[in-house]
Design a protein around this ligand. Structure first.
Ligand code: C5P
Length: 217
């Protein structure tokens, strides 16, 4: 499928709201480059956890210059421990600056074969792609998100209880919504999608319909 013009989709969401799943489905359908920006913070968090004594802004700067999409596919980045560390290191303004260029390149200059780009994260709608053609804020209630994340982690054979996941999601929400630098928020021009009572498919169809309508207008 070829679109008449290139499009940019920006999605912000709290942890485990289903944004990644939807962003992937939408990107596949419209043939967009997909970037899960949380994975970049997770990659940096993993360096902090595994090479604490080498961790520095200059090391991260070097890593960011060499960063490829493939680096973000490492399964180790999916653990709860890495997610929690990601929410800590992402409060660092300098780190966010180092991550900026890769996100901008993906959003504004995706490879030619794509019809555009779709990024999800915490500050995408107002900091990374403020002029996005489509903006969504995807959320779900805390228990539902914790249950989804718990199932995902169980599928990956991670040893963690539901209560631990719930606590971790609550802590991450607190930190992501309240931090000074690039806090998670729903901008006025973002369409709210609450996935609590929606199946993956019905959520996808809802988002697809919104995009199709505007593209045809
Ligand atoms: O989306 P995910 O849960 O993988 O993100 C991990 C953490 O990275 C988040 O809790 C958040 O603190 C941070 N993050 C961020 N800005 C983004 C994406 C993720 O601060 N654009």
């Amino acid at each position: 499928m070829k679109l008449k013009k290139k499009i940019k989709i920006a999605i912000d969401s709290p942890a485990a709201a289903g944004a990644g799943t939807q962003a992937k489905l939408i990107s596949k359908h419209f043939n967009l480059l997909y970037l899960d920006t949380g994975k970049i913070y997770r990659l940096i968090a993993n360096i902090k956890l595994t090479q604490a004594n080498r961790y520095s802004h200059s090391l991260i700067k070097k890593k960011m210059l060499k960063l490829t999409m493939k680096d973000l596919q490492n399964k180790k980045l999916l653990s709860d421990e890495v997610g929690t560390m990601a929410s800590i290191i992402s409060k660092d303004k300098k780190i966010r600056k180092l991550v900026h260029a890769f996100q901008i390149k993906s959003a504004y200059h995706p490879p030619k074969k794509y019809n555009g780009s779709c990024l999800d994260g915490r500050d995408i709608t107002y900091k990374i792609i403020p002029n996005a053609d489509f903006k969504f804020f995807i959320t779900a209630n805390t228990k539902t998100r914790a249950l989804r994340r718990y199932k995902e982690l169980k599928d990956l054979n991670k040893k963690i209880s539901f209560n631990e996941v719930l606590k971790s999601i609550k802590n991450r929400d607190k930190s992501d919504y309240n931090r000074k630098v690039s806090p998670l928020m729903r901008t006025r021009d973002s369409i709210l999608i609450n996935t609590t009572n929606l199946t993956k498919r019905s959520c996808f169809l809802k988002i697809k319909q919104i995009i199709d309508r505007k593209l045809k207008a």
